[in-house]
Design a protein around this ligand. Structure first.
Ligand code: DGL
Length: 281
């Protein structure tokens, strides 16, 4: 099986992008790498994030992907050039993809501290919409709490209230979920936001860019495959992690609707930067 679409993230977050890839391109085999040994990326230095991106993309390239989707905003913000140089295949970014679709005047962005500090969203949005007013908020508490798995944790609600405050003060019309972990917080965020503030998941814009790239690789458009048997759920998907496969498979179940098969893999220099990633089983 040739692994058409490669995706990576620090952990579970990129599965929110993978879901959209499966929905829009159910016949395209995917390879997902969750770098769980080094999650979270969002509190790391730019140098670390760039070094990790080079290593991860190199590994994905060796597996034989045809197109790379950066399912991690933090890597997209700080290491897009690294990914392009290393991938050897077309690279789809979340940030540019979504920026082109925003027409709103006052835009909020919730993101990891590294993404917010990089100003990548502000630059990308201004490149398309120079008059837009962009407010970026770094949200250090979100990823560790989401990876811990309790989306009803009171700390998550308290943090969300805190992070939304400056955006509400700026009277934003739309909020970009600038970290792929955050779409899982949509129900909580909607509850805390006034009616009329739109939540935007950049994955939709990024996945919309995949069709022509897959066609260039010779894949039949999905619209012309209606006569084909739909693939069995999970049959065209390979999911790998750098940390514990079993705990990732369990945590991923709620994101994918079924427990996936997960392999643990070792990347070349991973140990240099690895945090403790022992399995709790
Ligand atoms: N989900 C990733 C992102 O979109 C990384 C989050 C993290 O590891 O801090 O930025």
């Amino acid at each position: 099986m040739s692994l058409r679409v490669g995706l990576f993230d620090s952990g579970l977050g990129g599965l929110t992008v993978l879901r959209h890839v499966h929905r829009c391109h159910p016949h395209s085999p995917t390879l997902y790498l969750g770098d769980t040994a080094r999650v979270p990326y969002g509190q790391r230095s730019a140098d670390d994030i760039r070094r990790i991106a080079a290593e991860v993309v190199h590994w994905l390239r060796l597996q034989g992907i045809g197109v790379l989707v950066m399912a991690c905003n933090t890597s997209n913000a700080l290491a897009f050039d690294v990914a392009v140089a290393e991938a050897g295949v077309p690279v789809v970014g979340l940030i540019d993809s979504v920026a082109a679709t925003l027409g709103t005047d006052r835009i909020g962005v919730l993101a990891t501290p590294a993404t917010a500090a990089s100003g990548a969203y502000r630059r990308a949005i201004h490149a398309c919409w120079p008059a837009a007013v962009v407010s970026e908020v770094g949200c250090p508490a979100f990823v560790p709490l989401i990876e811990a798995g309790d989306l009803n944790h009171p700390d998550l609600r308290a943090a969300a209230k805190d992070y939304l405050k400056p955006l509400l003060q700026s009277d934003v019309e739309a909020i970009v979920l600038g970290c792929t972990h955050y779409p899982l917080l949509t129900p909580l965020l909607q509850e805390l936001l006034p009616d009329g503030v739109q939540l935007i998941d950049p994955a939709l814009a990024a996945v919309a860019r995949l069709g022509p790239l897959l066609a260039n690789l010779g894949d039949l458009p999905e619209g012309e495959r209606q006569h084909e048997q739909p693939p069995l759920p999970g049959s065209l998907r390979r999911i790998c992690v750098t940390g514990c496969a079993r705990s990732f498979a369990r945590a991923a179940t709620r994101w994918l609707g079924e427990e996936p098969q997960v392999e643990q893999v070792e990347l070349s220099e991973q140990l240099d930067l690895t945090r403790q990633s022992a399995c709790g089983f």
